[in-house]
Design a protein. Sequence first.
Length: 176
Amino acid sequence: MEIGGIGAVVTGGGSGLGEERRAWRAIVAMTRHPGPTPGAPGAKLEPSAALDRARAEAARAGVDEVLLLDGDGRVVEGARSSIFVARADGSLTTPPIACGGVAGIAREIVLDLAPDAREAAIDSAALADAVEIVCTNAVRGARRIETLDGRRLEDRSGSRWSERLDALLRSDRGPC
C-alpha cells in the first residue's frame, strides 16, 4: 500500500524501545487539540505546542498516553498514537482525520485491513461506553488502555481488539 506516495512495509521484530507495558494508563488532556493543519490535513508538519503541553500533562500524571480532545469534546488523537474505540455493536472507530489528527501509518493499516474499523466521531459518552480503547503506533504496535483518568477499564466484550490489532500490525503481510 502507498501512504502519501510512500511505500511502506511492516514487519515483525523488536522496536528497540526496551521493555514496554502491554496495556497503557491514560488521561484526557486538559490541553485542547488545535485542529487540522491548514492546507495539510492529517500531516504533522511542525512541532505542536499543544502536543508538547499534553505530553507534559502525561509525564506529571505518570501515565503512558494522553488523549487530546477538540473544542467540542471529541477525541482527536493521542499524543503519541492514534485512538480506536471498540463499541458494543462490534465496530471499531477512530476519529476522522478532518478533526486534526495525524494520518499515522498504523492507523491506515488498521483501517485498510480490519473490516470492522471505520472513521466516526468519538465523544466523551463513546469513551465511557467503550468496550475497549486501543492506541496504535507504527513503532509500538497496539496497546489497550487499562485505565483512563484513574478509572480501570475492562474489555467488556471479550473482543481483545488490542491483541488482534497488535498481531495485524506486527504480521508479515508484505507491502502495506
